[in-house]
Design a protein. Structure first.
Length: 421
């Protein structure tokens, strides 16, 4: 069995399709991370003079745009393949970056760009997760989840780190770099498989035979939608406890995204270069842990990795919010990275096991929508907590949510035969 799992993991990692998806994931998340973590919070806060709450709402628009289209795009992937869905997204993302670059600080244009950025990046996760898990199967699901999230984490982490060296005196060099990267993403997306090749990669036939198509065409859109979601619901292997857990896991992350840079710059008084080093510290621990943890998850299961990861994060996040001693902050950041290195591959493997093969794209889109809602509400609440209760409060609430997730996961694992069959 171990030989089979090792072979399956290597097969996935050498697939040109998976490599293309990972390249797109890295580049888009680099651009997105640079904008959402380093450029927009500082630009809107210092240059445009917006409150932290207003900045949180502007960034939440990005998550709203992303979240609103994930479920339908997952369904569309199942029907027309990966190429045109991804091209739609990366072209909108390119337009968003261009608007931010040439808007000259007009708030309305920045807000529109945030919304377009969300809509543009909405196909990314359904495409990458659906494609990668379709190629990997169950034998290497933990490994492929680790690789996907490593591409995401390296991209979203290196974006703010690298871009900090471009914005010391002006934002223009940073915008030129981001536009160049988006041009490269468009080129890579052109080589993704179309409808027929997508279904061949997933090992399934084209969706409908001609007679079945004529029958469905006679139905109204409402009836088609009802039948489709009834089919998806009947094929899921997930307990209802998994749905609030998905929301909470990303809610905890959304609480931190809008305020992380502000916390580093205004509370810890870190320079952009110092902030980059701290991001590297936490990110390196997570990235280095993802691959081995993913392999261990494939071998030993998800339970104990999630138990330990949730507890570490529940303790480290509130501690980070109350700590001002910089060497100690560095140690705590490393523990946060360790917690997420345990959580990420195990959590997404747990979710992947609940998804039926026949409607993989649609169900991933639905699950990612639930997770995205957590990011939306977390981002909105984060700024309000910061303005009203102080900089420590988003970290405190994020830790409390992680503790609640630990408790919820105890119930999920007790009902494991119901959660994943």
């Amino acid at each position: 069995m171990e030989i089979v799992k090792t072979w399956a993991g290597k097969k996935v990692l050498t697939s040109p399709f998976v490599v293309q998806l990972l390249i797109i994931m890295y580049l888009v998340e680099f651009v997105k991370g640079a904008l959402l973590v380093s450029i927009l919070p500082v630009y809107m806060g210092t240059v445009l003079g917006l409150s932290v709450y207003a900045v949180g709402w502007a960034l939440a628009l990005q998550y709203i745009g992303d979240n609103a289209f994930r479920s339908p795009l997952g369904w569309i992937i199942d029907r027309i393949g990966y190429r045109y869905v991804m091209l739609f997204g990366v072209m909108l993302t390119f337009i968003s970056v261009a608007i931010i670059s040439f808007s000259s600080g007009h708030v309305a244009w920045i807000i529109l760009a945030c919304l377009l950025l969300g809509v543009g990046t909405s196909p990314l996760w359904p495409c990458v997760i659906t494609g990668a898990t379709a190629v990997s199967g169950n034998e290497a699901s933990g490994t492929i989840m680790s690789v996907v999230y490593m591409a995401w984490l390296v991209g979203v982490g290196s974006g703010p780190i690298v871009i900090n060296f471009f914005i010391s005196h002006s934002f223009n060099p940073a915008f030129k770099l981001l536009l160049g990267m988006m041009c490269l993403v468009v080129v890579v997306a052109l080589f993704l498989p179309g409808r027929r090749r997508s279904h061949e990669l997933e090992g399934r036939a084209l969706p409908e035979a001609a007679a079945h198509t004529r029958e469905k065409d006679s139905l109204s859109l409402t009836e088609k939608t009802k039948r489709y979601f009834a089919k998806v619901a009947s094929s899921l292997h997930a307990s209802k406890l998994l749905y609030p857990a998905m929301f909470m896991q990303n809610f905890a992350l959304g609480l931190l995204t809008p305020i992380l840079t502000l916390y580093a710059r205004t509370v810890l008084h870190l320079s952009p270069e110092e902030y980059s080093l701290y991001l590297i510290a936490g990110g390196a621990v997570t990235v280095l842990g993802l691959i081995p943890v993913g392999k261990w998850v494939d071998r030993f299961g998800t339970r104990w990795f999630l138990h330990v990861g949730f507890i570490i994060a529940a303790v480290a996040l509130p501690t980070l919010g109350y700590t001002r001693d910089l060497p100690l902050v560095l140690v705590i950041v490393a523990f946060v990275g360790l917690g997420y290195a345990l959580i990420i591959p195990a959590w997404n493997t747990l979710i992947a096991q609940a998804i039926p093969k026949s409607e993989r794209g649609a169900v991933w889109g639905f699950f990612l929508t639930i997770e995205g809602m957590g990011m939306v509400f977390g981002s909105i609440m984060s700024g309000k907590l910061w303005d009203n209760l102080g900089p420590h409060s988003p970290f405190l609430l994020s830790g409390i949510v992680m503790l609640l997730l630990f408790v919820l996961h105890l119930f999920i694992t007790r009902r494991s035969k119901v959660v994943v069959r």
